[in-house]
Design a protein around this ligand. Structure first.
Ligand SMILES: [Zn+2]
Length: 350
């Protein structure tokens, strides 16, 4: 993973937004938020959020210290100023004195301190950003970091990978408690450049947008390097039928399964491309493909759903898309069974 920071592009972004009255702090915040948000290895599994501590004018024209933080519903890769609502910073920081604050109270408090009452809800991780002393704070759920902290010995792996450069925050559901815990870890180790949150993700921080962003890239790259060095090829190959069906025989089945899911009147069809690098073939030919292909790295939302389900609190968890995926799998299984019963003509002729 490499830094994609460009002085020229940062300056162009600042100049462009200055024309519509957006200050340089927010403009450069937009620039690096988009850099982070357009890298799927950083934000694929559950996104992240960013913030900058700056100033904004209130109704009376007075400049107030504010935290501009990603609002819910905005994609980091295409964020605009409206996606970084400004919240009065001092009231946010005062909440650190409280012993407890429920999620409902926190959401209400955040909204009541917005400069623009029509702005989207500030991130659920707003207080964590506010409690950190640094001007720019970047947060992602980077895949490489989750691969380390989703292990049983995640804490030891973090210590080994990052030495003393980051603080480790035990798993707590995002909200007031997590914000206080993270702030306490930073206060105990003021020299650290980031935080690794168990089963959750990574924070980096600095006084400039460039440094916070490049610390994120550097730390995630270290996690990637450790994973690459210790990678064990553990995929046991399945016994494959011979001869294998050709892409031409499989394509109509996959396209038919996808087309069958389109709503009435939607006649758009799917075009397929076939890729077959050694890594892809090893993955799809694994004996336990059906099991491991349905897993991803775990982030805190998935952990919370699993925990709730395990406690019997979630009587019915409807994950959007799960039903659709099941239907596609069923249709593919039907098609592949038909293919096994009647090998394709091309193979018969060969
Ligand atoms: Zn997060």
């Amino acid at each position: 993973m490499h830094s994609r920071w460009s002085d020229a592009e940062a300056e162009r972004t600042i100049a462009r937004y200055a024309q519509i009255g957006i200050n340089a702090d927010v403009a450069v915040r937009i620039y690096t938020t988009r850099l982070l948000g357009s890298d799927p290895l950083l934000v694929l599994h559950g996104g992240g959020n960013t913030s900058v501590k700056t100033q904004a004018q209130d109704l009376f024209g007075t400049l107030q210290p504010v935290l501009c933080i990603k609002g819910s519903g905005w994609d980091m890769g295409s964020i605009e100023p409206g996606g970084l609502p400004a919240v009065l910073l001092e009231p946010l920081r005062r909440t650190q004195q409280l012993a407890a604050l429920s999620d409902a109270e926190m959401v209400h408090f955040l909204r009541s301190n917005l400069i623009d009452a029509n702005a989207p809800n500030p991130s659920v991780e707003t207080l964590l950003h506010a409690f950190l002393p640094h001007k720019f704070v970047d947060h992602t759920h980077a895949s490489a970091v989750l691969s380390l902290v989703d292990q049983a010995d995640g804490r030891a792996r973090v210590a080994e990978t990052f030495a003393g450069d980051v603080g480790f925050v035990p798993y707590v559901i995002p909200g007031f408690r997590l914000a206080k815990l993270a702030a306490a870890v930073v206060a105990q180790s003021p020299g650290i450049v980031g935080l690794i949150l168990d089963k959750h993700g990574i924070f980096t921080f600095a006084e400039t947008a460039r440094e916070a962003y490049e610390r994120m890239i550097a730390l995630v790259s270290r996690a990637e390097a450790v994973l690459a060095a210790k990678r064990v090829r553990s995929l046991v190959p399945a016994v494959l039928p011979q001869p294998l069906a050709t892409p031409e025989a499989i394509a109509p089945i996959v396209r038919g399964a996808c087309a069958g899911l389109a709503p009435p009147g939607d006649d758009r069809r799917v075009v397929l491309t076939f890729r077959s690098s050694p890594l892809i073939l090893a993955y799809v030919s694994g004996a336990e493909l059906a099991q491991y292909s349905q897993r991803g790295v775990v982030n805190q939302e998935q952990a919370a759903i699993a925990a709730a389900a395990a406690r019997g609190r979630a009587r019915c968890i409807q994950v959007s898309g799960a039903c659709r995926r099941r239907r596609i799998r069923r249709a593919l299984r039907r098609g592949l069974r038909a293919l096994q019963r009647a090998p394709c003509r091309e193979q018969d002729q060969a």
